[in-house]
Write a protein that binds this ligand. Structure first.
Ligand SMILES: [Zn+2]
Length: 407
């Protein structure tokens, strides 16, 4: 059991207050802070300990994978920690993106390797051969776009906007309200030539403004959140086809404690909020817009899942005080649970494998019968597979901890 210090990643969409406040640092921070990486990803591994003697978690695991990960995990994942845990804070939307399946990632990585695309090249799609299922659990209200909405509902949304220039697409979706219809409309929008896009986007923006200022009052405001999001995206990313694509997606609001699992092929964009995110240890992202970064539309179209579906929000039972609640996903690389502890209460956490414990509320003491370690809000510890079972005590008031393990 050793204190783990995550690497703060500064991206333009990050927050100058959320992560700093969570960790008790002064606000505003010098740079927008988007993510804190708690893991052993080669691009930015967390450190064990502080100061000049701190060792990277990656080097620490490399030195003795079986001791740190346990025999089974070390064998199954080639001596690597299979998950990456993050604290994430978005003040502005992240890019519209999807992640490949394991098979697509293996194939794509091999293809780019044989084409000699340098691994650090900005046009590289596959930086490793892994898939990247991911799960976000909200710490604050969290907003996202995820997966294709039922097309007939999108037809209703278009009707509410009353934009004549959308009528062709509307008919297409109304006539073919399925995967194929969505693929056709999405593909034509995302590949629309610049001049056509420049003509269409302002008309859509006018429709959104009209809807919000007049028609929303008569339809019970059923598309208000969707319309506001599209307008905001249009302001942040003028001329970007991702704004149109976003019209086809489910808009999701998570309350604190709720989770959202994003499997391969799910088109998504985080909009705003702070959360705990866990994913397979991979960097493979295919972007479709809403970003100044590399966008590869043909490759995105190869991996996208156009099957329309309502979003499944993971909402583990919050009444079970002192018992960790688990966010169930099919990902074998990770499992995430959360425990809310009332003041004076304790739980035991089994360390049958590598584990990262992160405190998100209050302050707790971790004790393995031998040593005791105090975990402040926003800080974390690394627990190796060879460490003993330990207890978490909420001695100084109510507290909340997350536990990340192999799935
Ligand atoms: Zn993603």
């Amino acid at each position: 059991m050793q204190p783990l210090h995550g690497a703060v990643r500064s991206y333009a969409w990050g927050s100058r207050t959320s992560l700093a406040r969570l960790q008790g640092r002064s606000v505003p921070s010098e740079h927008p802070e988007a993510e804190i990486w708690l893991g052993a990803h080669p691009a930015d591994p967390a450190r064990l300990g502080d100061g000049p003697s701190a060792q990277s978690l990656l080097a620490h695991i490399d030195a003795d994978p079986v001791r740190e990960l346990g025999f089974d995990t070390a064998k199954a994942y080639d001596g690597r920690l299979p998950f990456l845990l993050k604290l994430l804070a978005a003040d502005e939307p992240l890019s519209l993106q999807a992640h490949p399946s394991a098979e697509q990632a293996r194939e794509g990585f091999a293809r780019e390797e044989s084409a000699h695309v340098p691994i650090e090249s900005p046009v590289r799609n596959y930086r490793d051969a892994n898939h990247k299922p991911e799960l976000i659990v909200a710490l604050t209200e969290f907003h996202a776009l995820a997966g294709f909405r039922c097309p007939l509902r999108t037809v209703e949304f278009m009707d509410a906007l009353g934009v004549d220039a959308l009528s062709g697409y509307r008919s297409l979706l109304a006539d073919q309200p399925d995967e194929a219809g969505l693929r056709t409309v999405f593909t034509s929008w995302i590949t629309l030539p610049g001049p056509a896009l420049d003509a269409l986007l302002p008309l859509v923006a006018d429709g959104l403004v009209d809807y919000l200022s007049t028609r929303a009052k008569s339809d019970g405001g059923q598309f208000v959140a969707e319309a506001r999001t599209l307008l905001e995206l249009g302001e942040s990313y003028p001329g970007d086809a991702g704004v149109l694509a976003a019209m086809l997606l489910n808009r999701v609001t998570l309350t604190a404690g709720q989770g959202l699992f994003l499997d391969a092929g799910n088109l998504h964009a985080y909009l705003s909020g702070t959360g705990v995110e866990i994913m397979a240890n991979s960097d493979n992202v295919l972007r479709g817009g809403l970003t100044p970064k590399h966008v590869d539309v043909p490759e995105l179209l190869r991996v996208l899942d156009f099957e329309p579906a309502e979003v499944t929000v993971l909402d583990p039972d919050t009444d079970s005080a002192d018992t960790p609640v688990r966010y169930l996903t099919p990902a074998p690389e990770f499992a995430l649970s959360r425990a809310s502890l009332a003041e004076g209460h304790s739980i035991k956490l089994d360390s049958a494998g590598p584990q990262i414990v992160l405190c998100t509320e209050g302050k707790v003491a971790l004790d393995d019968g031998d040593t005791e370690l105090v975990l402040e809000r926003g800080s974390s510890v690394w627990v190796s597979a060879s460490d003993p079972v330990f207890a978490v005590h909420a001695r100084w008031g109510d507290a909340e901890v997350f536990s990340a393990t192999v799935g």
